[in-house]
Design a protein around this ligand. Structure first.
Ligand SMILES: [Zn+2]
Length: 196
């Protein structure tokens, strides 16, 4: 039975690497896959899913206005696919997650989404909230904090290494870096959300 999967984690856990490896495993067995990733700026054309360890693959890009059921249907008409992979799934809209759920149910295709659970302010991304609600199966891709505990949170740092607590959920092209931390060390860096 086809399912909607949500593989979630914090930053730098290796989600894209896992996605690319899984897709590769299908292709090695002569089964085609359809890769999607978020279009974060106005650059048109083909996207690419790249991992920090140096591997990558071409992917179609989705913008906030794209109907993903239509995109998957159009791809299926060009040839059989074994499953759909979605990177940067935190940037899906709630509507788009429903469209992917329709692709699972009506086209009987497994859809594997990979994304961040929470943003730098400790809030769920819209796509992740919808996936937590709708996914048939969820798996945590684990990474660790500097203390060795499981990292579940992320901070955004400026060039001097100070934690940034305000700003847009998505920052494009800045000089900020992201560091994944356990909740205790996240609170040490930015304080409790409720105290702000
Ligand atoms: Zn820690």
């Amino acid at each position: 039975m086809a399912k909607l999967y949500f593989n979630y984690s914090t930053m730098n856990a290796g989600k894209s690497t896992i996605l690319l490896q899984a897709s590769h495993n299908y292709r090695e067995n002569n089964m085609d896959t359809y890769l999607l990733t978020a279009q974060l700026d106005d650059r048109a054309g083909t996207g690419r899913i790249a991992s920090r360890i140096g591997i990558g693959a071409e992917a179609d890009m989705f913008s906030p206005t794209d109907d993903l059921f239509e995109m998957v249907s159009a791809r299926v008409e060009q040839g059989k696919i074994a499953c759909v992979f979605v990177d940067e799934a935190q940037f899906l809209s709630s509507e788009q997650v429903w469209q992917l759920a329709r692709a699972v149910d009506d086209l009987k295709l497994p859809v594997l989404c990979y994304g961040l659970r929470v943003d730098f302010q400790g809030q769920l991304f819209p796509g992740s909230a919808a996936l937590l609600a709708l996914a048939d199966e969820m798996r945590e891709v684990r990474t660790i904090c500097r203390c060795g505990r499981k990292a579940t949170m992320v901070i955004r740092q400026d060039e001097d290494g100070n934690a940034i607590t305000q700003g847009e959920q998505v920052q494009i092209g800045g000089n900020e870096t992201y560091v994944s931390l356990c909740r205790r060390h996240w609170r040490e860096s930015v304080g409790d959300l409720s105290a702000r």
